[in-house]
Design a protein around this ligand. Structure first.
Ligand SMILES: Nc1ncnc2c1ncn2[C@@H]1O[C@H](COP(=O)(O)OP(=O)(O)O)[C@@H](O)[C@H]1O
Ligand SMILES: CC(C)(COP(=O)(O)O)[C@@H](O)C(=O)NCCC(=O)O
Length: 319
């Protein structure tokens, strides 16, 4: 945990919860999903059961419900003060972390748990991969091997999307990405129409961003976040999950002849392991070290996962 030592007393911006104390925060709350629904939410390779949902994700959703309700209360008070009658804009929750760390499962679980919360809010989920530049553009710019790095996204479009959602605009379109074709999908979009809550999931959501002239941008993506969650794990564990997932994808998604990775479908176990390690080491590790881990301290909550995917500790920023 990041902390500063002052004299003999360690001070830290986080309140730290072990599994037992975190789980106790949702004692008495019913789990609004069963094994079948959980199976439909979890990503390939993620190990998660209902007990883990009750221990980690239910208390997190409970805390987020409090934040969402408090934000609504503040909005109403503000409207009364200003004599303004504008509608509440979506509450935005960012989910960040490495490739293969389990962001998608976390984001989908939060979506489901929050939607079952007080007042049954409408919760939309958008992933930032839709804002990746098309492969043709990445190739022309020599960036195909940098997919997931900040420069591989249309960050302006992402900021525009979020600023429109946060301005209360209806039917804002987000582009979509296909892991199968390994490219953004032509002419397919997802509409976000004033949900109560928007979960935005992606590698780089907590990044400050860079401008070509090196100056700091005036608007950061995080200016639009109400809360953020960083899914964290040891690099060696994430590497193992990435390789295992690659081996599993070889038997599933890669078997599709139209899949970009179909060329890897017939590799032997050892060849597939080496190929996965090569992609991991050349693309995902540098991105993790240079661009993702440095954003962890910006998150309001950090979920620290152990090698078996279970969350060992939850860190919550005190401010
Ligand atoms: N080549 C691929 N083919 C099909 N699905 C993939 C491929 N790579 C990743 N995925 C799926 O895409 C989703 C996002 O993966 P990723 O960005 O690594 O984030 P995370 O593992 O943190 O959710 C996961 O559900 C994963 O199983
Ligand atoms: C599509 C991704 C960049 C993730 O994008 P995100 O939704 O986090 O913005 C990532 O899953 C990816 O494909 N990385 C490229 C290297 C690799 O194939 O593992």
């Amino acid at each position: 945990m990041s902390g500063v030592t002052a004299g003999t007393r360690a001070i830290s911006p986080y309140a730290v919860f072990d599994r037992a104390s975190w789980r106790a925060l949702a004692a008495g709350s019913a789990l609004p999903l069963d094994e079948r629904e959980l199976a439909s939410l979890k990503s390939l390779g993620d190990r998660i059961d209902l007990d883990e949902v009750a221990t980690v994700y239910l208390p997190l959703a409970g805390l987020l419900n409090l934040h969402v309700e408090a934000s609504r209360g503040l909005w109403e008070a503000r409207n009364r003060f200003l004599g303004d009658a504008s509608a509440k804009v979506p509450y935005v929750i960012a989910v960040a972390g490495s490739v293969a760390v389990g962001k998608s499962t976390t984001a989908r679980l939060l979506q489901t748990l929050l939607a079952a919360g007080p007042g049954a809010p409408r919760v939309d989920l958008v992933t930032t991969d839709g804002f990746l530049l098309p492969n043709a553009v990445l190739e022309a710019r020599g960036l195909l091997g940098r997919k997931g790095f900040p420069e591989s996204y249309d960050r302006r479009a992402l900021i525009r999307f979020l600023s429109e959602v946060k301005s209360g605009r209806g039917r804002v379109s987000a582009p979509l990405y296909s892991h199968s074709s390994y490219d953004v999908v032509d002419d397919a979009t997802q509409d976000v129409d004033r949900p109560d809550i928007l979960v935005l999931e992606g590698l780089n959501v907590l990044q400050a961003g860079r401008r070509a002239d090196g100056r700091a941008p005036e608007v950061f993506l995080s200016d639009f976040f109400d809360f953020s969650v960083y899914v964290d794990a040891a690099e060696s564990d994430i590497q193992e999950w990435y390789v295992e997932r690659f081996l599993a994808l070889r038997r599933t998604a890669f078997a599709d002849t139209s899949a970009y990775f179909h060329r890897f479908a017939d590799l032997s176990d050892e060849q597939a392991r080496q190929t996965a390690l090569e992609i991991w080491r050349s693309v995902n590790v540098p991105n993790l070290r240079e661009n993702i881990v440095p954003t962890r301290s910006r998150a309001r909550a950090v979920l620290q996962k152990a090698a078996d995917h279970s969350v060992r500790r939850v860190l919550l920023r005190k401010i």
